[in-house]
Ligand binder design. Structure first.
Ligand SMILES: *Cc1c(COP(=O)(O)O)cnc(C)c1O
Length: 459
């Protein structure tokens, strides 16, 4: 019976040859539409088998064409009203204007990416960014690769392949579901030696685990969680001394890319400069977290070690693209000039609660002062991106009282402009720390659109 009904599903060809099918194909490209139609038919086949009605051709086409157009439209800007400043799923750090200009300047033309204009000879693509990184962190040398995970991969492969690397059990972290220290270590060819326990690791544990097969000691900033309570960890200084006694490097993955200790950042977020001063031989970090730039992996430290990483084949495999380089150079130049406030991540993190509160009131007013459903409330924003877990930032949000919060949030996401809000114990919050003043009107418009749909649903 079910197999009879299944057979009544239209074919891919029939849908593509129909008039609406041909129209959709001309707007998204026939090959893209064809793939999505085939996928949609497969899905409907399973649904029909489970007892659903056989869909008409238009229904299948609508599902397929919707997906095809989202694919060809590509990345869509969204308004981040989650209050998570470095939001990995929303693209981490928004770039500074100067970085955007630097990207567009070189994107449409040739550039001196790998050539020295004075001598006409070959130059290095990341040399300028590396000079800035070294200067800003007080390092002997620097290397830039594609991302933080690649920086760790190349460091371990170049310095500790086939050798043992000591890591505290409290630091065997997973970030964002894909980045796991033990997996990266295995892939690099280094051999992980777990030291201590989850909550307590002492210098004696490291000392006891060190053998003549030792290649490096690795310290990882446990970015996205904190071990609290009965804990003990080892200081960078003690680890550096032990590494030196064993004639191996201390590699410190600080994660966030805070260049220097700056005003307003909680003291337990290690900066790259501080990590070097405390004796780390190599310090690794991401470019698109607290540094506020594009995706990149930053390595700073001893010149002899950086040179070994630079010439390793993996470094070539994970090199940065010219657009990343342009954005990174411009972001680092802002930090070098002391213009940290021009870097959006820093601007958002350092905005006073008052400024954020004014923005929340403006948003509530723009949505409609008389609207009963919109209230300004206290909220707590977070740094995100695996930085400073537990360190909330005092913030203000507009709370929306709606009949069906998950459905309202879904309409915000799929609207134009698209908005991501925060769901907090079933409440819909629009946190204004991560919203810019320029976005307030668009955000209010998106809310109205989602509210109208809310009314329609209630009818
Ligand atoms: C974020 C993070 C990474 C991964 O960096 P990506 O740039 O995302 O590859 C590695 N280590 C730590 C400690 C991190 O916080």
């Amino acid at each position: 019976m079910a197999s009879d009904r299944r057979r009544r599903l239209p074919s891919v060809d029939l849908i593509l040859r129909s008039e609406p099918g041909a129209r959709a194909a001309s707007s998204v490209g026939r090959a893209v539409l064809k793939r999505e139609v085939a996928r949609a038919i497969e899905e409907y086949r399973a649904e029909v088998e489970a007892g659903a009605e056989v869909p008409i051709a238009d229904e299948i086409l609508a599902r397929a064409a919707g997906r095809a157009s989202r694919i060809v439209r590509g990345l869509t800007p969204v308004i981040n009203a989650t209050g998570v400043v470095v939001h990995t799923n929303l693209g981490r750090a928004p770039l500074a204007d100067a970085a955007v200009r630097a990207v567009t300047r070189v994107a449409r033309s040739y550039s001196d990416l790998e050539v020295d204009r004075d001598s006409g000879r070959r130059g290095t693509r990341s040399g300028r960014a590396e000079a800035l990184l070294a200067t800003l962190t007080g390092a002997e040398a620097a290397l830039v690769v594609n991302n933080g995970a690649a920086a760790l991969m190349v460091a371990l492969a170049a310095l500790a392949k086939g050798k043992q690397v000591l890591v505290s059990r409290g630091e065997l972290i997973e970030i964002g579901g894909e980045f796991r220290i033990p997996d990266i270590m295995r892939a690099s060819g280094a051999r992980l030696v777990e030291v201590g326990t989850t909550n307590r690791t002492r210098i004696a544990d490291y000392r006891g685990a060190a053998t003549d097969r030792l290649g490096a000691i690795l310290k990882v900033h446990p970015s996205n969680y904190r071990v609290v309570g009965f804990t003990a960890s080892t200081t960078t200084k003690d680890l550096a001394a032990l590494a030196r006694a064993n004639d191996v490097p201390l590699i410190y993955d600080v994660g966030s890319g805070l260049l220097d200790t700056e005003r307003g950042f909680p003291g337990d977020e290690p900066s790259m400069r501080e990590a070097l001063e405390q004796g780390a031989d190599l310090v690794l970090a991401s470019g698109d977290k607290l540094l506020g730039g594009p995706q990149a992996g930053c390595v700073v430290g001893r010149a002899d070690l950086v040179a070994r990483l630079r010439t390793h084949p993996i470094a070539r495999a994970v090199r940065v693209d010219k657009l990343q380089i342009a954005a990174l150079e411009a972001t680092l130049a802002l930090h070098a000039r002391g213009e940290h406030g021009a870097v959006p991540v820093h601007h958002m993190l350092h905005a006073s609660a008052d400024v954020v509160g004014k923005r929340a009131h403006l948003l509530a007013e723009t949505i409609g002062g008389d609207l009963e459903g919109a209230h300004v409330v206290h909220s707590e924003a977070v740094v995100g991106g695996g930085s400073m877990p537990g360190a909330g930032l005092a913030s203000w949000a507009v709370e929306m009282k709606v009949a069906d919060p998950p459905a309202f949030a879904a309409r915000l996401r799929t609207g134009a402009p698209s908005v991501f809000c925060r769901m907090d114990e079933g409440r819909v919050l629009l946190d204004c720390r991560t919203v810019t003043d320029e976005q307030v009107h668009d955000l209010a418009r998106a809310v109205h659109y989602a509210l109208e749909a809310d009314d329609i649903d209630d009818d």
